[in-house]
Design a protein around this ligand. Structure first.
Ligand SMILES: [Zn+2]
Length: 313
């Protein structure tokens, strides 16, 4: 079953992140990519297949509003899983805040959900994240495969659907390493999104990642760590994050641009008499696949599909 939980898809990466005897060059993070249409979903999985990589498909609340149905996305993911059995992938709901809606996603068959109560007081963040972790671990219709949970501690600058954080506020709200172990233990989550200097959307200037914080956080917990705001982070910073034990890297904005640029180019190059949407959307899907293949190489997760599948059994 290639549609697996985020906990399963990151197990091998996490093992390598936590083992100090592992060469840092062996470490890798699984890429997580946003989509809002079916061709994008397929393009992401095709790109992962090209380089034998595991991959995470991410649905934002904005994309959900556009598509209109959690079930439609979950059924499509199951269909893709049958079509591409060699690609281990995870279907993830990103930055959700409404507890009832997150539970609906679990029941619909999402294999990871993110509860983002990071803007709320610490105790509320703990309570809500625990409620979702308890529910998701028990109520997934996928049985053993189940559904895992990501939560966030600290705040990322930028704009993510219904969440807006100014750079000034985010600067005050890096993830506090002293809270990490307590948060993970009290909530029972499977992955932690950390605020260490990245932001959502395009950067005006290259972000300053707090590697000192990452090092401290990695020491305080055995849970998988997630980097949000991957668009525009310098390649060497990605490599350093991976070497220091990051297990998942989110890329949204950059991928939208790759898709739209390819579609725009296709429209420009076609005669006006051409009306077949496949000739317009098709190049977008191909461009996404190429971008996923390239990002998988950068995150060092290309070639790791087999290791991920093996780690599950
Ligand atoms: Zn994010």
């Amino acid at each position: 079953m290639p549609l697996i939980t985020m906990k399963q898809i990151m197990a091998d990466s996490l093992k390598k992140a936590l083992d100090p005897s592992v060469d840092t060059k062996e470490r890798y993070a699984v890429g997580a990519f946003n989509f809002s249409t079916i061709p994008e979903m397929v393009g992401i999985v095709e790109g992962a297949r090209e380089v034998k990589s595991p991959v995470i498909l991410m649905l934002s609340l904005g994309a959900l509003k556009y598509i209109g149905s959690l079930e439609l996305v979950a059924y499509t993911a199951r269909g893709i899983a049958r079509q591409y059995p060699e690609v281990p992938f995870c279907l993830h709901l990103d930055h959700a805040t409404d507890l009832e809606m997150i539970k609906q996603a679990v029941v619909a068959g999402f294999t990871n959900v993110m509860i983002d109560a990071s803007q709320e007081p610490y105790e509320d963040n703990v309570r809500k994240s625990k409620e979702i972790a308890d529910f998701a671990h028990k109520h997934s219709p996928l049985g053993l495969n189940g559904c895992s949970v990501e939560a966030e501690l600290g705040m990322l600058a930028g704009h993510e659907d219904n969440i807006h954080v100014s750079e000034e506020d985010a600067g005050k709200a890096y993830t506090d390493p002293e809270l990490v172990a307590d948060f993970v233990e009290k909530t029972g989550i499977d992955a932690l999104a950390v605020a260490i200097g990245t932001a959502h959307g395009f950067y005006k200037a290259a972000p300053k990642i707090r590697f000192d914080l990452l090092e401290e956080i990695r020491r305080k917990t055995d849970t998988a760590l997630v980097l949000h705001g991957g668009t525009g982070v310098p390649e060497d910073d990605f490599r350093k994050c991976v070497a220091m034990g990051m297990s998942k890297i989110n890329v949204g904005t950059g991928l939208k641009k790759v898709y739209t640029d390819a579609v725009r180019e296709a429209i420009k190059s076609l005669p006006e008499s051409e009306y077949d949407p496949r000739k317009i959307v098709g190049p977008g899907r191909k461009a996404i696949a190429a971008e996923i293949a390239s990002k998988s190489e950068l995150f060092n997760c290309a070639g790791k599909a087999e290791a991920v599948l093996k780690s599950m059994y």
